[in-house]
Design a protein around this ligand. Structure first.
Ligand SMILES: Cc1cc2nc3c(=O)[nH]c(=O)nc-3n(C[C@H](O)[C@H](O)[C@H](O)COP(=O)(O)O)c2cc1C
Length: 217
């Protein structure tokens, strides 16, 4: 059992990365081998729309033909039993690196047949962890659910199963007094970090453990 987590935040020790590490700890607690990939360490671009992955009889059919740092990541994911993506929300979407990564990972597996089919060689579990500044109510008001549900639908279609978890109202800086950020109450942020963030960590730990144990809710 191998569980891979992909960090779409440039920060390697902050909310997204911490949550992914917890998810992997949960997976490891059930005996899985784990790997954490930091996208910002890798040299790659988004899909270049070459359609080599969809060319009839082509040698790259169902696979991304672009050779760069993502090539090895895709091979690892094909061997994995579960994949957990994590991203901060930037301007109502995932980070640019995560978006580029998703284009490259997902497009080759999704056929243009009617109905669309998956060329991913097996069924695996997938999770998505989103970290964001907004509260849960603001997330709904701003329409983020549409994005999360859309990702869930595509991931289910390609990999067979998917679920997601949001961490809201995250602590964004170590010291709010150093940043022009009057909109946020540093005490409230610190309280939430102390009281709610650990609960988010427990939830993703359980997600990782469930994935590794082989059952999906
Ligand atoms: C460029 C940028 C854009 C952001 N846009 C949003 C946003 O649209 N909605 C939101 O809730 N948070 C937004 N945030 C806040 C981050 O999503 C939040 O701080 C998150 O916890 C960062 O993840 P990290 O701690 O793993 O780096 C933004 C942060 C940055 C740097």
């Amino acid at each position: 059992m191998k569980v891979i987590a992909v960090n779409g935040s440039p920060r390697k020790k902050w909310n997204t990365a911490t949550l992914l590490v917890k998810a992997l700890e949960g997976a490891a607690s059930c005996g899985a081998k784990t790997d954490l990939i930091h996208l910002y360490d890798l040299d790659f671009k988004g899909c270049i729309s070459c359609f080599a992955c969809k060319t009839r009889g082509g040698k790259s059919y169902g696979r991304c033909a672009v050779k760069d740092d993502l090539t090895a990541v895709f091979r690892s994911i094909e061997k994995a039993d579960a994949v957990i993506l994590g991203s901060p929300i930037y301007f109502g979407n995932v980070s640019g690196e995560m978006k580029s990564f998703m284009e490259r990972l997902l497009f080759p597996y999704l056929t243009y047949t009617d109905p669309p089919q998956s060329l991913f060689p097996k069924r695996i579990k997938t999770g998505f962890i989103y970290a964001m500044n907004v509260t849960e109510d603001q997330m709904k008001e701003f329409g983020y659910l549409q994005l999360f549900n859309h990702h869930e639908m595509i991931l289910k279609r390609i990999f067979g199963a998917s679920e997601y978890l949001c961490s809201f109202d995250t602590l964004q800086f170590d010291d709010y007094s150093k940043v022009v950020s009057d909109r946020f109450d540093p005490e409230k942020k610190a309280k939430r970090r102390k009281e709610i963030f650990p609960i988010d960590c427990e939830k993703v730990y359980e997600m990782g453990a469930r994935f590794a144990a082989g059952s999906l809710q």
